[in-house]
Design a protein around this ligand. Structure first.
Ligand SMILES: NC(=O)c1ccc[n+]([C@@H]2O[C@H](COP(=O)([O-])OP(=O)(O)OC[C@H]3O[C@@H](n4cnc5c(N)ncnc54)[C@H](O)[C@@H]3O)[C@@H](O)[C@H]2O)c1
Length: 444
């Protein structure tokens, strides 16, 4: 690099030489694996988080995310190329800054961009020529251009010439053994061509496949389309579940049959409602933005309505099944199996199990949950159950009037657990239909 190198030449040379320092802001489910991947690919990395516990844990070789093993964290930090910190002054040392902060919904299901805005303000205060900033948080089309660009340009630096700005959505699937950050193709769209090319060069240094698109807006929209596709199809199959159940048809058997079609069909599975940081929230980022253009995103709203009604449906089915056994839900002991939103992971964000538990509690049941992955139900933004997991044993299960399977954890597939069960309400096809007496097993 010569002193006459332009900002674009300077950062490209540093990326090619793997000298570019990669900063990752927000060391959660998305940011931590991304930071580790860049380190493992030979880049110096600085991870930033407002929660000082996270840098401290990482430097001690610990992992606070179950599917990211502590040995992987410890190996990375031992090599000495990665640091984690709550000191955002170190942003000025970074050549690339990847933003992975939360994008939740507000109380009225409106996008909460406060994390993105405050992060943009922190970056803006230290922005220098030659830096690349990439937003990875899921958000509505236009966020990068409307929210980040003005803040980053306010100090007089020009995007595409002095600094570079792009959007590249994350596609993490926690717990997926086939696909991880490295081999999931990464879509990248820039505010301008130069920004896109610099961002593509950076990601190509660590990921197997990068997919450039013509703008940041296309990249933002692609992520939302992916998540809305899932939300709508899950809603469809949830609606089919309710209908087939009335008709005495097992929806799970129907899906198994339908998926033998080798083309034009993709299986989605019913459940007790949507969970996780993405599918229950992200679609509403787009429906909110659609209103600005006078468009009603009806599929998004309808899918949201159907999926959101599922916990109530499961509670109602359980009440009916208890009634059929001559029991009232009031005073009944109801055990919900699984607090995380997905099998074999420890992420309980937006999990429908919370709504099930609250639904039963509101009807006067004595509630408890069992989840080997979530020993204590932490206080969240919307829920505060004040419960800890009961043991996953047949003796414990026999103490409850109803077991409601909400998450298909491997641990719950041991049929011996249900030997003395009085009622099992299965929302996940965990217990085969013939395994328990009719009247004891109910699909919901
Ligand atoms: N979890 C997933 O599977 C997934 C998949 C695709 C996309 N996303 C998107 O990625 C983004 C991040 O999600 P996540 O699951 O990693 O969230 P997360 O809650 O696991 O992690 C976010 C991290 O950011 C930190 N943080 C909060 N405010 C900050 C700030 N101002 N500065 C620095 N750090 C801050 C938090 O302490 C936390 O460690 C969201 O937009 C989400 O929609 C998540």
């Amino acid at each position: 690099m010569t002193s006459a190198a332009s900002p674009v030449e300077s950062i490209r040379t540093r990326i090619e030489a793997r000298e570019a320092v990669v900063g990752v802001i927000g060391l959660g489910y998305v940011g931590l694996p991304l930071a580790l991947l860049f380190e493992e690919s030979g880049f110096p990395v600085v991870g930033f988080d407002v929660d000082p516990e996270k840098p401290r844990a990482l430097h001690a070789g610990a992992s606070y995310i179950r599917h990211i093993g502590p040995e992987r964290v410890a190996a990375s930090f031992r090599r000495g190329r990665i640091r984690a910190t709550a000191d955002f002054a170190k942003l000025s040392e970074c050549d690339a800054i990847l933003v992975c902060v939360p994008t939740p919904l507000g109380r009225h299901r409106e996008p909460d961009l406060s994390y993105i805005r405050s992060t943009a303000d922190v970056i803006a205060r230290q922005l220098r020529p030659g830096q690349l900033v990439v937003l990875e948080s899921t958000t509505y089309p236009g966020t990068t251009r409307e929210e980040l660009l003005p803040r980053l340009s306010a100090g007089g630096l020009a995007c595409g010439r002095d600094f570079f700005l792009a959007f590249s959505p994350e596609r993490e699937d926690p717990g997926n053994e086939r696909f991880s950050t490295k081999n999931i193709p990464k879509v990248v769209g820039g505010i301008d061509g130069a920004s896109r090319d610099v961002a593509v060069a950076l990601y190509a240094g660590a990921l197997d496949r990068v997919v450039p698109v013509s703008s940041a807006e296309v990249a933002e929209s692609a992520k939302l389309l992916e998540n809305i596709f899932r939300s709508v199809n899950i809603a469809l199959v949830n609606e089919m579940k309710v209908l087939f159940d009335r008709m005495g048809i097992d929806v799970w058997e129907v899906i198994e049959a339908a998926k033998t079609k080798p083309f034009g069909f993709m299986p989605f599975y019913p459940g007790p409602g949507l969970g996780g940081h993405c599918i229950p929230l992200d679609p509403f980022y787009l429906s909110w933005k659609a209103a600005e253009y006078g468009v009603w995103a009806r599929f998004i709203e309808l899918a949201g309505e159907i999926n959101a009604s599922m916990p109530r449906y499961v509670v109602d089915r359980t009440v009916e099944a208890l009634n059929a056994q001559g029991k009232s839900v009031k005073g009944a002991r109801v055990l919900v199996l699984g607090l995380s939103y997905k099998a074999d992971i420890d992420d309980d964000r937006e999990s429908p199990s919370f709504e099930l538990l609250e639904g039963f509690r509101d009807k006067g049941a004595e509630i408890a949950y069992c989840d080997p992955y979530v020993p204590v139900a932490r206080k969240g933004r919307h829920h505060d159950l004040g419960l800890a997991s009961v043991p996953c044993t047949a003796e414990e299960f026999a103490r409850h009037d109803a077991l409601v399977i909400s998450t298909a954890h491997r641990d719950f597939k041991d049929l011996a657990l249900y030997a003395k069960a009085r009622l099992v309400v299965d929302t996940r096809n965990v217990v085969p239909p013939a395994a328990l007496a009719p009247g004891v097993l109910v699909r919901a």
